[in-house]
Design a protein around this ligand. Structure first.
Ligand code: C2O
Ligand code: CU
Length: 443
């Protein structure tokens, strides 16, 4: 499909629009989604965060065969839990084109009070702007080897293309404790639109605006803030948390947060800064009483971006969604590994191609300790389950968790959804380079 980036037309892949039109359901519904593959290669669709039946999870060759070019598949599954989810392909680097869309599951007994319900999907964009994802992967490999060849210095002699001034230099972030990413992007988008064509949300002054924030990027963490406002965080990865107010929060790839802001009179920037990359995705929150001539300048950096940042320790699961207390039946370490030099990311020192599954049994309480042995952060995602993080009884329920370099993160979950479930890094380039394994139910 062709895609208009503020007047620059590129040819890319999408679900008809970018992002694809949101699918909206109610908790408990059975969803039926007919997918036809008009792409020149195999496709698969994964329903990120949903505790889905395994044969609908959309991981080609693990849970089902791929959807071949010119053929179709109808997914049919129950959506048990309300929340903010999304869907995307699980094949190659397809996610780093425009193939992504929100999946919003409403709560029939919604306790939250708000006047507007808006979804903001952030994405790092490169397709059609000088290179495609396959070329970006080649570059990332070259960049890594040139960096290591220079003893960790930025690889100035590298033959990178793409034109970004940051290309070939290291992108670092204090919040991510080092290397922020492997790929440079010419644009960052909110709901498919670059800063030069940023979307505006118009609300009445004093309205409560629920923002569902989704990071659909492939190699970029977004630090999000609303100028002139604090945000009240209400949900993490779709599951309710005790409300907590912050100035800003960081979403790794695959993560979602729901926040509520009470709109102050005026026109305010909503900025998703590409962490460590010196660029942003932008939108505007405008109240109906704001004078038509006021608008935040494009490229503005609201002070909130440098304010109090949400940490996982600030999050407490609401008692209604907390993982019940139970003894751990099975515990094991999971090492996140990778050799920067050859860009062969892995788990327990193995690439996905020769992974050893993590065996669990139905009914067990499982504890995994994710140990990041690499010099880079990884947003780790488990399919089919929503784990509790941090090992504490009120730890938030999530399906994706950022593990910083050298850090260990405990995740606990109930093995209550039998099948073969991917667990992997949600950096598209790391996943494609092998950073994945399978949580496998055995009898
Ligand atoms: Cu959203 Cu296996 O991923
Ligand atoms: Cu990774």
């Amino acid at each position: 499909m062709s895609f208009d980036l503020a007047g620059q037309i590129v040819s890319t892949w999408g679900f008809g629009a970018i992002p694809g039109t949101a699918i909206r359901a109610r908790a408990g519904d059975i969803l039926e989604v007919a997918v036809r593959n008009d792409l020149p290669e195999d496709l698969s669709i994964h329903w990120h965060g949903i505790a889905i039946r395994n044969d609908m999870d959309g991981v080609h060759d693990l849970t089902q065969p791929p959807i071949q070019p010119g053929s179709a598949f109808t997914f049919r599954f129950a959506v048990p839990d309300p929340g903010t989810y999304w869907f995307h392909p699980h094949t190659g680097l397809q996610l780093d084109r425009g193939l992504y869309a929100p999946l919003i599951v409403d709560d029939p007994a919604e306790p939250l009070v708000f006047d507007h319900d808006e979804t903001l999907v952030f994405d790092d964009w490169l397709d059609g702007l000088g290179r495609n994802p396959e070329q970006a992967l080649v570059e990332a490999r070259q960049r890594m080897s040139s960096m290591s060849g220079m003893g960790g210095m930025a690889g100035m002699g590298s033959a990178d293309t793409g034109g970004g001034s940051a290309t070939g230099m290291s992108m670092t972030s204090t919040l991510l404790d080092g290397d922020a990413g492997d790929v440079t992007y010419p644009l960052h988008l909110v709901n498919g639109r670059p800063p030069a064509d940023r979307p505006t949300m118009t609300v009445a002054s004093g309205d409560r605006v629920r923002l569902r924030l989704i990071n659909a990027g492939s190699d970029t963490a977004y630090r999000v803030a609303v100028g002139g406002h604090r945000m009240t965080v209400t949900h993490a990865d779709g599951f309710a948390v005790e409300s907590v107010e912050v100035d800003t929060l960081v979403l790794g790839m695959g993560e979602r947060y729901d926040v509520v802001v009470t709109a102050r009179s005026g026109a305010w920037p909503i900025v998703a800064a590409a962490e460590g990359k010196g660029a942003s995705a932008e939108a505007v929150l405008r109240t109906t009483d704001a004078s038509a001539s006021t608008a935040p300048p494009v490229g503005v950096t609201p002070v909130e971006l440098a304010g109090q940042v949400l940490t996982y320790n600030d999050l407490r699961a609401l008692s209604t969604v907390a993982l019940p207390n139970a003894m751990t039946d099975r515990e094991r370490d999971v090492a996140l590994t990778g050799d920067m030099m050859s860009y062969n990311w892995g788990i327990d020192g193995r690439s996905f191609a020769d992974h050893k599954p993590i065996d669990v049994k139905l009914g067990e309480r499982v504890r995994l300790v994710l140990r990041n042995k690499t010099a880079m952060w990884h947003p780790m995602h488990l399919h089919g389950h929503t784990f509790r993080i941090g090992g504490r009884p009120d730890g938030p329920r999530k399906d994706t968790v950022n593990v910083l370099p050298g850090q260990n993160v405990i995740i606990d979950f109930d093995a209550d959804n039998p099948g073969q479930w991917m667990m992997h890094c949600h950096n598209t380039y790391h996943l494609e380079s092998g950073m994945a394994t399978v949580v496998s139910y055995v009898r």
